[in-house]
Design a binder for this molecule. Structure first.
Ligand code: NAD
Ligand code: MG
Length: 391
């Protein structure tokens, strides 16, 4: 039986890895929607290769290019944020959510409304609107499968186990390119240095978030929201090799670890074939060649994002939406060369404090519109803080 598949963010790093797996077995899938941004050449190439029903670019001014690139095919074209949500209304059995940032929230929600399976790479959805997202899935008997490597690893370690027997969840962090840099050097880090991740080949934004550990901060919150476990039972440990992705500790002291090569096709493929396991084109580990696995505590003085994540989890409510929006705005400012690497955490902290003075952060957002309003407010405030620092 063919499965209907949509990929939101198909031109990104996760999206391309997903397309790679689908393209290996074209008979098994009917591709409904593919979406991208400005890379029209890649989006149209994917749509042709997979014979997609519709291709959508996020940018309305790129629609003509997309239409021209797909002339002579049966693939429909569309553009803009509303078109992305409309595409999520097209029935599909399995939908990959791999847009980067808060923009991934609405299409993911639309998917859940139809009761399909949402493979969730877009961690921002859980950080900004976790309780709403989980409730929407439950209401429609839809399923969310984690695609972040750590969360896929936890999900796999929990198979057949009772969540009430879990004592703690440990997610690993590579430590990124600045793991052993002195603070003064990190303060002067350039964009190119921040993007150069030692182990994983990822999109630009998540690579910089890995260097600042904002990615791990988002993942701590993602763990809390997805698995419903108390924040003090969630740990991050630095593991420079990126071989162990996560560990689940049980009441009896047992730790179940998930090991694998750092290749996102593992987590994507697991979500694609779940509940089965199928052959995946990922490298097999040679443990003797690896030799040793090392672990260390993260340094919260050099990576304040982790401390901020703890505060966000303790506050709950709207804090996650503020944290993510402020982080996205601070990241924009760093990429634009307006602020330094360490300014990003200062901007996020100042924004959390600033929004807290305007509204009670601990009140849960009652709707997606509320999340969008909080996001808007926090983004503007963070931009203002960034401009102050830019002088
Ligand atoms: P990427 O930057 O490589 O790709 C992002 C995709 O989203 C592209 O298709 C782009 O066109 C699209 N996009 C960007 N802005 C958009 C907007 N405003 N509206 C609509 N579409 C937009 O990102 P990525 O590294 O593939 O990451 C995607 C998501 O997966 C992120 O949430 C990231 O945190 C998560 N993730 C990525 C990895 C990884 O290995 N890359 C691992 C774990 C989780
Ligand atoms: Mg991850």
């Amino acid at each position: 039986m063919t499965r209907r598949i949509s990929i939101f963010g198909s031109t990104g790093s996760i999206g391309q890895n997903t397309v790679d797996l689908i393209a290996r077995d074209p008979e098994a899938y009917d591709v409904v929607a593919l979406t991208g941004g400005a890379n029209i050449a890649l989006l149209s190439e994917q749509a042709r290769a997979l014979d997609a029903d519709v291709a959508i670019t996020a940018y309305e001014d790129r629609l003509e290019d997309l239409r021209a690139a797909l002339t002579g095919t049966r693939t429909e074209t569309a553009a803009g944020a509303q078109a992305l949500c409309d595409a999520a209304d097209r029935p599909a059995d399995w939908v990959m959510s791999a847009i980067v940032g808060a923009a991934g929230l609405y299409p993911g929600f639309a998917t859940l409304r139809h009761g399909g399976t949402l493979a969730l790479a877009n961690k921002e959805s859980l950080v900004t609107a976790g309780p709403l997202l989980m409730a929407e899935a439950a209401r429609n008997a839809a399923r969310i499968l984690p695609v972040d490597s750590e969360h896929s690893a936890v999900f796999q370690a929990l198979a057949g186990e009772d969540i009430s027997a879990v004592e703690r969840i440990v997610i690993t962090a590579s430590g990124g390119p600045f793991r052993d840099w002195p603070l003064e050097a990190i303060a002067k880090a350039t964009l190119a240095e921040a993007v150069a991740h030692p182990n994983w080949d990822m999109g630009q934004r998540i690579s910089i978030d890995s260097a600042s550990m904002f990615n791990k901060a988002l993942e701590l919150i993602e763990t809390r929201e997805f698995f419903g476990i108390e924040p003090d039972r969630i740990e991050a440990v630095v593991h420079p090799g990126s071989i162990v992705h996560a560990l689940v500790g049980f009441k009896d002291g047992a730790l179940m670890a998930h090991l694998g090569a750092p290749d996102m096709r593992h987590a994507i493929g697991y979500a694609l074939h779940w509940p089965e396991r199928r052959d995946l084109p990922v490298a097999r580990l040679d443990l003797a060649a690896i030799g040793t696995l090392s672990f260390e505590h993260p340094d919260e003085a050099r990576f304040p994002a982790l401390r901020l994540a703890r505060e966000v989890m303790a506050t709950g409510g709207r804090a996650g939406a503020v944290f993510n929006a402020a982080k996205e705005a601070a990241l924009d400012a760093f990429i634009a060369g307006q602020i330094g690497f360490l300014d990003m955490a200062d901007v996020v902290e100042a924004t959390l404090e600033g929004v807290d003075r305007e509204m009670s952060l601990s009140i849960p957002p009652e709707s997606l519109d509320c999340v969008a309003n909080v996001d808007h407010l926090a983004r503007n405030m963070a931009r203002a803080h960034a401009m102050d620092r830019a002088g």
